[in-house]
Design a protein around this ligand. Structure first.
Ligand code: PMP
Length: 360
């Protein structure tokens, strides 16, 4: 039985990448040891690291005035790093709250500086969850930056339009980076924990415009300091080398698939397949405004919540893993990142159809 893993993160990685990593595991490129056993300062590893960076630059067409940093600390590490690096004394930053993760960014950021949070969640007349369009956000022109989360992993809301402002935009793209094309030049800073669309957890990618790097010798914890990371090719301290190597394999896999444009087509098709099925059914329901539905994380509910446990159990028996919804939201959630093939979504829909036929 083929299994499909719908976990929100750490999420499934491309099967081809896993097979290659397995094949190279003990003896990487004839070195007589694993890539994870090499010094990060060795020539072979520096080549792996540089190639991964270049492939990511190619995939996202990252302009040359942006540094690509491979850091520790996950998305939450960046919740601290962003104000520590970008918010100077006497300044404030605007944070737009669209769900659980942008809200957590506010909570953490508030420890390090003055933050103005605006809740952009709205309820439509039909009761569906929606957002205030970025075109209508009120951004303080004196703010150091405007922070937001374009894909809320827990809530299942996504947007790809940006506000018009000269204030640097800072985006938490943890759960949507590389899922579709992105105009990096519109942002001051992009960051993403790796464990969804990039690779295993333990690695965090930050893409920062050079003029936003902090001043030298700032009082920032060294492992979160963007300048130190940039000046040391992300090797000020020992980076998560194996995660970096795996991310590199994922980037090569993405290129072979046709890059982010091809991914966008596939991701849209996957999301449409699932949402269309949910919408035509009275047995299942998704309550997100169609304009803001996530391509990556699809929360859905059974009309009869008493069937939730049975749904999860039977899904697992059919090889469909990790569909239980986030504890804050309940119901189900299917995370369908880049590595999830269309066949996985089609198998899920077939299962849902059959479950409805039997229990509906
Ligand atoms: N931001 C977003 C959008 C996320 O989905 C997550 C984790 N799921 C985080 C931040 C936090 O990431 P981490 O657990 O790596 O700190």
């Amino acid at each position: 039985m083929t299994t499909y893993n719908f976990c929100a993160g750490p999420a499934m990685l491309p099967v081809e990448v896993m097979a290659q990593a397995q094949q190279e595991f003990v003896n990487w490129q004839g070195q007589g040891c694993s890539v994870m056993e090499l010094s990060h300062r060795s020539k072979p590893f520096i080549k792996v690291a540089a190639e991964a960076e270049q492939d990511l630059r190619d995939l996202l067409a990252i302009p040359t005035n942006y540094k690509v940093l491979f850091m520790h600390g996950g998305g939450r590490g960046q919740f601290s790093a962003v104000p520590l690096n970008l918010l100077k004394a006497g300044q404030s930053a605007d944070y737009f709250v669209s769900g659980a993760w942008s809200s957590a960014a506010v909570e953490e950021g508030t420890k390090f500086g003055q933050i103005q949070a605006q809740d952009i969640r709205v309820k439509n007349a039909d009761g569906n969850r929606s957002l205030l369009s970025p075109a209508d956000w009120q951004i303080n022109s004196a703010a150091a930056y405007a922070h937001f989360c374009p894909n809320e992993t827990v809530d299942g809301l996504e947007f790809s339009t940006l506000p018009q402002t000269s204030v640097p935009l800072v985006a938490d793209l943890s759960s949507t980076i590389l899922s579709r094309p992105l105009d990096v030049s519109r942002y001051g800073l992009i960051y993403a924990g790796a464990q969804k669309n990039i690779g295993p957890s333990g690695l965090t990618v930050a893409i920062v415009r050079e003029d936003l790097l902090p001043a030298p010798n700032s009082a920032i914890p060294a492992v979160l300091d963007y300048r130190l990371a940039a000046e040391n090719d992300s090797m000020f301290n020992t980076p998560p080398t194996y995660a970096w190597y795996l991310a590199g394999l994922v980037f090569k896999w993405l290129k072979a698939q046709g890059g982010v444009a091809a991914m966008a087509k596939l991701n849209q098709q996957k999301a449409q397949t699932l949402y269309q099925f949910i919408d035509q059914s009275d047995f299942y329901r998704n309550d997100v405004d169609t304009a803001y539905r996530s391509w990556m994380n699809v929360p859905f509910f059974l009309a009869d919540e008493r069937l939730n446990d049975l749904f999860v159990t039977e899904a697992e028996q059919h090889g469909l893993l990790a569909l239980k919804g986030h504890r804050m939201v309940g119901g189900m959630r299917a995370s369908i990142y880049n590595a999830m093939p269309l066949a996985g979504v089609q198998t899920l829909v077939s299962f849902m159809q059959e479950f409805e036929r039997v229990h509906g």
